[in-house]
Design a protein around this ligand. Sequence first.
Ligand SMILES: [Mg+2]
Length: 359
Amino acid sequence: MKVTQFKTTALSLPVEPPRVSHADFAKVNPVVLELMTADGLSAHGIAHAYNDRHVSVLKGCLDALAEVMIGQDVFRGAEAWQKLWNASFRIGRQGFGISALSAVDMALWNLRAKALNLPLSRLLGGYRDEAPVYASHSLWRDWPIDRLQHDAASLAGKGFRAMKMRMGDKPLEVELERLKAVREAVGPAVKLMVDIRGDWTVTDSIRMGRRMEEYDLYWLEDPVPIHDLDGLAEIARALDVAVVVGEDVSTTYGFHRLLEKKAADSVMIDVAVVGGITEWLRVATLAYARNLQVVSHLHEEVSCHLVAAVPNGHMVEYLPFWHQLYTEPPAVTNGVLRIPDRPGLGFELDQQAMARYRM
Ligand SMILES: [Mg+2]
């Protein structure tokens, strides 16, 4: 079964509610890749940018790499990945270059699972048919305390058993007050995580990590920038609370370095940053060899299959940026996402929604 055609579509979706962030975060811009075969099968993968001005760069990378797949045997996955890797040499192996490669790899896996009439999670390993999720779509840095408390209680009321706050831009005492307020709002049973996005120093991270244990912090994410692997290792060594990093790390090579340094207690893998499903699984195996769990980053419609496929899959990040693109988007019940019993990803594109958001 060979790839005969492809189509890429750049979209512009509003972020609701709008918020302050590192990135120019007024929009989310998925580029959807659809791969087609001669027998009429088609399947998609997704990459994304965060503003309208960047999306043409991403689409260019995706067009260039998808072109390489014309004539590719869908069931020669390792060969396909290596061709994409070779072709990416000048396009770039981080940023949009690896996002584009990841989207092509996603679409190929989606095609394979559809051709075999299997849910993707079962083709990839089939460890279980559901994945626990944590709420990551609220509790932002710019929320005032009363809104943090209201939204945290509301998420718990909807059945989320784990949720994540963002921190890193306020005085440390203020951040502690905010964590305390959220813990009070949700009670003791909910897992609480905080994501610093690399904005603290090693010293602050260790001091804060210890003080946050009082509020039963479940994990501390990206306390310092990802390039500071020695700093991350020092923090992980000093703290009892789990240090979770990896969302900005690409390829098994990147994760190999991170794990060699013992820079994480648990690994976060973004399927659109690491190099697609092929690399996600390789990194999950590297982590498995060290008895570490893996959590996903974004893309819950793909990530739920990955976390469900492997024995060390821990949790799926729930951050529904583009649910409106699917006819039946991923649904969470009692903090768990059930893998759809449909072929491939099991989430099909809503062509009317695609037309509405097309750039
Ligand atoms: Mg993060």
